[in-house]
Design a protein around this ligand. Structure first.
Ligand SMILES: NC(=O)c1ccc[n+]([C@@H]2O[C@H](COP(=O)([O-])OP(=O)(O)OC[C@H]3O[C@@H](n4cnc5c(N)ncnc54)[C@H](O)[C@@H]3O)[C@@H](O)[C@H]2O)c1
Length: 261
């Protein structure tokens, strides 16, 4: 059964074929969704994203540049999307940024003000900026689903995750406040807390090697997560199967978050 037949939406965060957003796009597409995409501005970035989307077997897809850290870019991307599409059923927020200089064990205390603020801006505020612009078009179609990617470092100290953990805490909390305000429009806002995966963004985190080594030794499933498992969980959260679920954080991490010692 195509769970997402007729649903169409916008995915932020495909950098290459290892991105969580790529896995999400793959699963959503497999279940019948029509996905549109954004890429970080710049010829190299746009070429890389285009190549990754093409590797999903898609050819005639909608792709526009967007730096989510700029309000003008967010205005433009949603205006252009609405001009070119009749519906907006989902938005996938799978973007994050923090200055890698401070993503090393022992470096959180040294985080400069500007690095702290830019991590929260790009990794958390952007969800609010996207939800604000998505709410109208989603409501026009009877509702929608907004989904953002988080990590366990939002809740517990993970050495090296540092300011990104602070940003993920803000992201998860923002999702709950958005869910509370947008629920009356039948817009649901959820996060997935994904296990560690080797990607461009995670390679900037000093402790990523340790996270990948630690998970199979402790997780109930005794292994690391695969990107496609997060993609499949996204299908659930975007589909009507989760029509009663909002403001939630769904762990897709082989269960490692459940283990205390
Ligand atoms: N890889 C992991 O271990 C892991 C685990 C849990 C959660 N996550 C989260 O998953 C999401 C996707 O990251 P990923 O691991 O797939 O890495 P990735 O590098 O493939 O994706 C990060 C994306 O963020 C985009 N981005 C950065 N700054 C941007 C800006 N100003 N405007 C628009 N886009 C911008 C990049 O272009 C890239 O596409 C992030 O939120 C990340 O924190 C990753």
């Amino acid at each position: 059964m195509a769970l997402l037949q007729g649903k169409t939406g916008l995915i932020f965060g495909v950098a290459n074929d290892r991105s969580y957003a790529w896995h999400i796009a793959k699963s959503l597409t497999a279940h019948g969704a029509t996905c549109s995409f954004t890429a970080l501005p710049g010829e190299k970035n746009e070429r890389r994203t285009r190549k990754a989307v093409e590797s999903l077997g898609l050819s005639d897809f909608w792709l526009r540049p967007c730096d989510a850290g700029k309000d003008d870019d967010l205005d433009t991307i949603f205006d252009q999307y609405v001009a070119d599409h009749s519906r907006l059923d989902f938005v996938i927020h799978s973007i994050a940024f923090a200055d890698r200089d401070w993503l090393a064990p022992g470096q959180f205390v040294n985080t400069p003000r500007q690095s702290y603020l830019s991590a929260i801006d790009i990794s958390a505020y952007t969800l609010v900026g996207m939800a604000k612009r998505a709410a109208g078009p989603m409501a026009d179609g009877g509702g929608g689903a907004i989904l953002a990617m988080s990590y366990y470092g939002a809740e517990k100290v993970v050495p090296g995750y540092n300011v990104m953990g602070v940003a993920k805490a803000a992201l998860e909390c923002s999702a709950r406040y958005l869910a509370a305000e947008l629920g009356e429009k039948n817009i649901r806002v959820n996060t997935i807390s994904g296990g560690p995966l080797r990607t461009l963004a995670s390679s900037a985190v000093g402790g990523i090697g340790g996270m990948l080594e630690h998970t199979p030794t402790r997780a109930p499933l005794k292994r690391n997560i695969e990107g496609g498992e997060v993609g499949d969980a996204a299908v659930y959260l975007v589909s009507d199967l989760s029509s009663g679920v909002t403001g939630e954080n769904l762990y897709v991490d082989c269960g490692v978050n459940t283990i205390g010692v």
